[in-house]
Design a protein around this ligand. Sequence first.
Ligand SMILES: Cc1cc2nc3c(=O)[nH]c(=O)nc-3n(C[C@H](O)[C@H](O)[C@H](O)COP(=O)(O)O)c2cc1C
Length: 347
Amino acid sequence: MMEETICAPKTIPSALEGFSRPLRLGELSLRSRWAMAPMACEVHGDFKRNVAYYRSRAENHVGLIITGGIVVDHPLSGYNEHPDYPRFVEAQSGRLRAIAEAVHGAGGAVSAQVWHLGTQVPGGLGAVARSKDGKPFAREAEPERLPELIEAYAAGARMAKDAGFDAVELHGAHGYLLDGYLRRWGTWSGAGSPASRFAVDVIRAVRAAVGPRFPIGLRFSQWNVDDYGARYLHSTGEMERFLAPLVEAGIDLFHASTRRFWLPAFEGSPLTFAGWTRRISGKPVIAVGGFGSRHEGGPDVEETYRLADRLLADGECDLMAVGRGLLHDHGYCEKARAGRLEEMKVP
Ligand SMILES: Cc1cc2nc3c(=O)[nH]c(=O)nc-3n(C[C@H](O)[C@H](O)[C@H](O)COP(=O)(O)O)c2cc1C
């Protein structure tokens, strides 16, 4: 569905230059290979500040802004617990439009992250019931509730497209609703219960809602907010069986969320989680996690630059997402472009 144009590097890039090359994702042109990682932000008071926050990153060489999670319109999506998170409701469509227009005005592209908090909120719903401090906290979704959850994702994506966003990213990572169902991938080819099909059904419904050419990304992770070691894909064979139905259902772009982007995904190969995702899916991939940070017992800041350069040059990723660096410094990626690496700080 989506063809990617990869410009093969002619020389080994000096630190981070490769990320300043433009990228074409289907019909979408990105000015650089830097992405702003989604970082949920509560909007208090003046919404114009939120718009300015995204605009300032787009003005400073970020190729693809991914908004912080925007909560879908569902009674248990997390909205009640977090009323200040942006939300896919008609009353906020003007706000969504303002973000898209501001980013476009600065020459950038913007993807809306579509989020349901699932079992991370008290009384929430998800693939597996969850307890906290020994007490029931959230419950398994009854099969008859799955269609309304699927529709909530589709409606959110439709609203993002109508508001002028260039893409959507389904938040299927870190322990939220969709992550729980992605973790059930082992049953996808089995009896085909509604729960086992849920993740694929969400993608199909979103594809139907936004049409054949609108880019749909999926963020997924081998960790979650309760357990940094919560892996669910243990081999490349498993990844093949996991990714194929997602691509078939309509994913154009994967966002392989890790806490350390350079670490090998599986024993016996140096290839990273992003690298395997790209090799197996054949789709463009965003790498993320720890770029520009100092790591206790691991690489220093400059070493993360070299590792990122290598990842891009070796074709293990197409974009690098930066979270905390861009949260604290709107000029972070512009500094990378200008070679002012010593000024790039991640707290
Ligand atoms: C304040 C904050 C909010 C975040 N909110 C989200 C979110 O809404 N959705 C998401 O997928 N990840 C979220 N993340 C995770 C980041 O997208 C990213 O994966 C993480 O910060 C690692 O990247 P970094 O090392 O460049 O910061 C958040 C991180 C931070 C620091």
